[in-house]
Structures are given as structure tokens and as C-alpha cells.
Design a protein around this ligand. Structure first.
Ligand SMILES: Nc1ncnc2c1ncn2[C@@H]1O[C@H](COP(=O)(O)OP(=O)(O)OP(=O)(O)O)[C@@H](O)[C@H]1O
Length: 250
């Protein structure tokens, strides 16, 4: 069986700078896999290559064995590649139930007249309710998004990414900007994401990485530096030297 997502010798250059240096990474089905690396290691560039924000200069990207290297962002999303964004891209005036409702009804064929027909589509309503509960948004579901605590906004972003029913989900720094007090809820929610979604987490917060991931890939200077189970990476002296030393949260 082919991997959920695979890159083969993926390459990106910005002029003379090699930001992604022939990276071959395999995301297995059901994976809880983290991508880490010091600042400037090339994590954001790699995610932008995966999602089609940037074109690759070389190599291949396979989604479930299908070559998506030249596909557009929208085509990749339709084929099952979901993502969250580092920068908050939510509609501040909409409530969580409206945002999730729209995302679910788009996918399930409710279309734009969803709000008129919502009473007749129990399947859509069940899905919306399920996402609101799973992402602990019940108490704030009818509050404008811009007034929500930051941690709840991040939870809503992940709920929206999941609403499109991705097979592979790229979580791009979900804990960035989330206060310490709200991180526990975020972590518990991430731990409960469905296993049929394969996840690649890009994250600076090492506590979250070690709690969430089962496998870790380390990038340094754009190249794959180490790849292994959490315990292998934690005990690798080379990784400790370049990354997990005193600067672990950089
Ligand atoms: N559009 C661009 N043009 C030129 N150089 C770029 C561009 N985007 C990124 N780079 C360079 O590519 C390298 C990798 O950057 P990237 O942002 O992918 O790293 P990162 O691991 O995501 O870093 P951080 O953790 O700080 O976000 C850096 O040296 C960066 O300066």
C-alpha cells in the first residue's frame, strides 16, 4: 500500500539558496508525524511545496501514490490534502457554527442556500454538531469569532480544516500564540483527531511535539537531518546538539 503522503528528493531553490534540499519524507497512513527544525531550517517552505503555494524545482510529491507535484492548491485540497494556517485566517464576524456550517454544507452539497434548507438536512446538522463538540466550541458556538479566546480560534481553524474531510492534514504551528493556560485543551483535542486522517504537524512547541507525535523528522539547512520514532530522536546526540539543546523552544 502506498504512503498517505510521500516526497521524493523534493527541491526548492531561492536564487542561490537551497531552502529544500532533496527531501524524501514518508507520511504513513494514520501517522502522527512531526516536522521540526531550528529557525530557517525550511519547514515553512516544505509545507508550501506540499500544498502547492510554491512550485518545486525538482523531485516529486505523491498523495496516496498519485503524483500531485504539478497540481494547483485547489486540486490538492480536492484530492484530500487539508491544512491549517500559521496566520489566523478566520472570518471574525462569523460565529463558529456559521463557519463550520458553511464548510460542511459546501462539502456535503448543501451549497449556498444551506441556511434555508438546514432544517431538512439532518446529516449536515449532525456533522456540524459533531465538529462543534469534538473541538470544544459548544459554549462559544454563537459568539463572533473575533471575540473568542485565541485557543478557541485555533480549535476552530482545525475544525474547519477537518470539515473538508481531508485524508492528510498539515497542522502548521497550531500552538503558535496560544497562551499556556489554553494549550492543554488544544493538545487533548489534537490527540482525539480521527485515526483515518494522517497528520503532519509542524511545530516549535517541543512539549506539544513530544506529546502528539509518534514519529519525528528533523530538517536542518533545508535537508533531512534525522528521522525516527520520538524516543530515537530524543536520544540522538546529533539532534540534541543542533536542536534540542538550550534552544529547544526557539
Ligand atoms: N520567498 C523567499 N525568498 C527567498 N528566500 C526565502 C524565501 N522563503 C524562505 N526563504 C529562505 O529559505 C530558508 C528557509 O526558510 P523557511 O521559512 O522555510 O524556514 P522555517 O524552518 O520555516 O523557519 P521558521 O521556523 O523561522 O519559520 C531561509 O533561509 C529563508 O530565509
Amino acid at each position: 500500500m502506498s504512503a498517505a503522503l510521500q516526497t521524493i528528493a523534493l527541491e526548492k531553490r531561492f536564487g542561490g539558496l537551497i531552502a529544500t534540499d532533496k527531501v524524501s519524507l514518508t507520511l504513513e497512513h494514520g501517522a502522527r508525524h512531526a516536522l521540526i527544525g531550528p529557525n530557517g531550517a525550511g519547514k515553512t517552505t516544505f509545507v508550501n511545496l506540499l500544498t502547492g503555494v510554491l512550485p518545486a524545482n525538482g523531485g516529486q510529491i505523491l498523495l496516496d501514490g498519485n503524483d500531485i507535484t504539478r497540481k494547483s492548491q485547489i486540486q490538492r485540497a480536492r484530492l484530500g490534502l487539508g491544512r491549517t494556517f500559521q496566520i489566523n485566517q478566520l472570518f471574525g464576524a462569523m460565529t463558529p457554527v456559521e463557519s463550520i456550517g458553511l464548510a460542511v454544507s459546501e462539502r456535503m452539497g448543501g451549497g449556498r442556500d444551506f441556511w434555508r434548507r438546514v432544517g431538512t438536512r439532518t446529516d449536515i446538522l449532525d456533522e456540524i454538531t459533531g465538529l462543534i463538540e469534538r473541538f470544544r466550541l459548544t459554549e462559544v458556538m454563537d459568539h463572533p469569532t473575533r471575540l473568542l479566546p485565541y485557543g478557541k480560534q485555533r480549535l476552530l481553524e482545525i475544525a474547519l480544516a477537518l470539515a473538508s474531510n481531508p485524508r492528510v492534514l498539515l497542522l502548521d504551528e497550531p500552538a503558535a500564540g496560544v497562551p499556556e493556560a489554553e494549550r492543554g485543551e488544544l493538545l487533548e483535542t489534537l490527540a482525539q483527531l480521527p485515526r483515518d486522517v494522517s497528520i503532519l504537524l509542524i511545530e516549535h512547541d517541543m512539549d506539544l511535539v513530544f506529546a502528539f507525535a509518534e514519529r519525528i523528522t528533523v530538517l536542518v539547512n533545508g535537508a533531512l537531518f534525522a528521522d525516527g520514532t520520538v524516543s530515537e530522536i530524543m536520544s540522538d546526540p546529533r539532534v540534541q546538539a543542533v536542536y534540542l539543546g538550550s534552544d529547544a523552544h526557539a
